[in-house]
Ligand binder design. Structure first.
Ligand code: BTN
Length: 264
């Protein structure tokens, strides 16, 4: 990945104006967290060709082989309350969906809250973490992994992971996708910072939502139930209609959702 190739394509005001491309990192989230502690400015982006300790949600590992994919983390210093930080993840998912789409190719979909999928398999995961100072947000870091040109997947994830190259049938330019993502994310982030709500993106998100109108299995600590997904709220909760007719709003911190027949 060539930093210069990203910079020459970048059309942002502040996001990605400082970009560090590392040959290897333990985790780009850890690198950005360290930089945040040293006073780095909002908009810093760290990319790595490979990660030795790539992290996923719920304490899982994110497999990060070298030279084929995107491993990238963005530093934000929002002035809004910590409760709003999870909404940034949904914005990042929309930005990633816009960035990877190529006219004439398959459209990515979003598995709530923030996985991108194609043909029922995952192509992108997002891990958002937050640093607090007292009761306020000191920083938010948004880490994105996009499977770009990888074609071989380890046995244990082969059934549920894919890449843009596998789906499109040709290589993709990682620098172009990074530049597009940063441009889309900056514009969505600024709109969100003005409105403090996801209302402006609800329609687009629901159009992309792979779960929309489908039966989902909600996994709460200690219990499991099913219902039909019916969109998101303006704060990013998934709306699920139980068979009894009761409408529930579920937030991503508490529960996870999967299709009743598998991953989506
Ligand atoms: C998930 O779906 O579980 C989230 C995966 C997030 C992976 C990205 S890769 C770049 C950044 N650095 C990490 O260690 N994790 C995120």
């Amino acid at each position: 990945m060539r930093g210069q190739e990203i910079i020459s394509r970048l059309r942002t005001g502040w996001m990605g104006r400082e970009i560090r491309v590392l040959d290897e990192a333990d985790s780009t989230n850890l690198r950005v967290k360290a930089a945040a502690g040293e006073g780095a400015s909002a908009g810093l982006v760290i990319l790595a060709e490979q990660q030795t300790d790539g992290r996923g949600r719920r304490g899982r590992a994110w497999q990060s082989p070298g030279g084929e994919n995107i491993y990238m983390t963005v530093l934000l210093r929002p002035d809004f309350e910590p409760e709003k930080a999870p909404m940034l993840t949904l914005l990042a998912a929309c930005a990633a969906a816009r960035a990877v789409y190529q006219p004439g190719e398959k459209r990515p979909q979003i598995k709530w809250p923030n996985d991108l999928v194609m043909d029922g398999k995952k192509i992108c995961g997002i891990l958002t973490e937050m640093g607090m100072k007292g009761v306020s947000t000191e920083y938010v870091i948004v880490g994105i992994g996009i499977n770009c040109n990888q074609t071989e997947f380890p046995e244990e994830i082969r059934q549920k992971a894919t890449s843009l190259k596998c789906e499109y049938g040709h290589e993709v330019c990682r620098e172009e996708i990074v530049a597009r993502f940063l441009q889309e994310f900056e514009s969505l982030y600024e709109e969100f910072a003005r409105r403090k709500s996801l209302e402006f993106i609800q329609d687009e998100y629901e159009t992309l939502l792979v779960n929309e109108g489908k039966r989902v299995c909600v996994l709460e600590p200690g219990k499991e139930w099913t219902g039909v997904a019916a969109g998101i709220t303006e704060t990013g909760e998934l709306i699920v209609k139980k068979d009894s007719g009761e409408i529930c709003e579920i937030s991503s911190g508490e529960v996870s959702v999967r299709g009743v027949y598998g991953y989506v």
